[in-house]
Ligand binder design. Structure first.
Ligand SMILES: NC(=O)C1=CN([C@@H]2O[C@H](COP(=O)(O)OP(=O)(O)OC[C@H]3O[C@@H](n4cnc5c(N)ncnc54)[C@H](O)[C@@H]3O)[C@@H](O)[C@H]2O)C=CC1
Ligand SMILES: N[C@@H](CC=O)C(=O)O
Ligand code: NA
Length: 432
């Protein structure tokens, strides 16, 4: 009788939106996944706060996550509880006990990635995290492995499904921000606390991870200039439409002229002809510009239980294959020193919208103010400020590319002009 090979045993922490689906995939496809690994793959335990979880055998559940990640009979740990602690300590303990780790936790990786990767390297195990950026979309492995010989010049992406869903609903169906957010929460895209989504923190964590991989450096969450979508109004959406654009929450990572790395997350007017403009609903997309490969776009479901579980279990199979062969995958410890661009030096096109007096010479005065700040005007749009505001007009001005600090100084100067109402609205505009 041939002896059944010893299975590789997986512990999954956090059977929530993603964890439940990852457990289901590991259970339902166990035979096929084992064949792909070359050894049986078994979901051996699930670390959970709850005493019962639909679809998971009661006998697998344990509330003692600390003990679980140290158990000798566990080979791989899948962390899906989210947040910083206890996720960080649990992952470090798992690594120190010789387990490879799979996580979807971008918040943790963007703050403590260096520590986790160094620990994994020291203990000869893997930390895989494909689900942490763009959910099911393969983007981590392409940047880390397939494109490693090329030089990335810019990475930009729609990397938060919740905000893309909200903006898309506002743009195409005219629904309110609050209605669209409630829908996104029901559909399972939103983080437990949706502030992380709508204020751009989730996208900023993903931007830090993308920039680190793209530029072989270590960018952290705190290095990312971050602005969310909670202040986007129906008026902004209407202005974008009139300028031939759509508003997207865009994460942008690029090399500045001096070689420093500029990383930001901002609501951005994206011209309709740009490939990212057509990315709708909760879909994510990452657009990469490279010196040799030119332009690539990766697109697909960036959130939700099933798509994210696909990426998580894909990483489990990869880490398990490495275990079978007695090797570790490509580590992440050889980095260039971080050199982060001062946010004021980051250049972009901008759209400025203001209410102005509708009388002769005002436009000329405003244009003079732009010239005094060395900000060049690309396009101008003027509409009545409102049905009763006969002496006021709403003026929208799109600039050519200019450094952020110069545009901020221009706005401060415009707001001191008697002809301009306070509260000049500003949005980034993608493209040249
Ligand atoms: N929901 C999504 O579409 C995506 C989520 N992610 C990431 O995947 C991870 C999990 O996200 P979700 O499944 O959406 O979250 P969730 O809130 O639905 O699930 C988390 C689970 O972990 C459990 N948990 C939390 N802290 C725990 C603790 N200290 N001890 C025991 N159990 C604990 C919770 O009770 C819950 O069952 C997060 O890092 C998230 O950022 C990544 C990509 C997409
Ligand atoms: N809340 C996130 C989930 C995936 O990371 C999103 O909306 O994209
Ligand atoms: Na991904």
């Amino acid at each position: 009788m041939t002896k059944r090979p010893q299975p590789l045993r997986v512990a999954l922490l956090g059977p929530g939106v993603v964890g439940k689906k990852a457990a289901q995939l590991l259970i339902d496809e166990a035979a096929e996944l084992g064949a792909r690994v070359g050894r049986p793959l078994e979901l051996a335990a699930v670390g959970s706060r709850r005493a019962s979880v639909e679809g998971i055998d009661q006998a697998l559940l344990t509330s003692d996550l600390d003990a679980l990640v140290r158990r000798n009979d566990i080979d791989l740990v899948v962390e899906l509880i989210g947040g910083i602690e206890p996720a960080r300590s649990l992952i470090l303990a798992a690594i120190e006990h010789g387990k490879s780790v799979v996580t979807a936790n971008k918040a943790l990786l963007a703050r403590h990635g260096a520590e986790l990767f160094a620990a994994a390297d020291a203990h000869g195990v893997d930390v895989y995290y494909e689900a942490a950026v763009g959910g099911a979309i393969p983007i981590i492995r392409p940047l880390r492995e397939s494109l490693v010989a090329d030089s990335v010049t810019a990475v930009m992406g729609i990397v938060n499904g919740t905000t893309n869903y909200i903006l898309d609903q506002m743009h195409t169906h005219g629904v309110t921000y609050a209605e669209a957010l409630a829908d996104a929460q029901k559909l399972g895209f939103a983080e437990a606390d949706p502030t992380a989504d709508v204020e751009g923190h989730d996208a900023a964590a993903k931007a830090a991870i993308l920039a680190s991989l793209a530029f072989h450096t270590r960018v952290t969450f705190d290095d990312v200039a971050c602005e969310g979508i909670s202040s986007i109004t129906a008026g902004d959406i209407a202005a974008a439409k009139e300028m031939g654009c759509v508003i997207k929450l865009l994460a942008r990572c690029a090399k500045a002229d001096d070689g420093s790395v500029a990383v930001g997350v901002h609501p951005t007017m994206v011209p309709l002809e740009h490939p990212l403009a057509s990315v709708s609903g909760a879909f994510n997309a990452v657009f990469v510009e490279l010196e040799w490969a030119d332009k690539l776009m990766f697109m697909g479901p960036g959130a939700g239980g099933r798509p994210t579980a696909s990426a998580v279990v894909g990483d489990v199979v990869t880490a398990a294959r490495n275990k079978v062969r007695g090797v570790a995958g490509p580590g992440e410890t050889s980095y260039n020193e971080p050199n982060i661009c001062d946010p004021g030096r980051v250049s972009s096109r901008y759209y400025l919208q203001m209410v102005v007096q509708d009388s002769p010479g005002v436009l000329a005065q405003i244009a003079t103010c732009f010239a005094a700040h060395d900000v060049s005007i690309q396009a101008v749009r003027q509409v009545p400020a409102g049905p009763d505001a006969v002496h006021e007009a709403q003026l929208g001005i799109m600039t050519h590319t200019a450094p952020n600090a110069q545009v901020r100084a221009l706005i401060a100067a415009l707001e001191t002009m008697a002809e301009v109402d306070e509260g000049v609205r500003v949005l980034r505009v993608e493209g040249e």
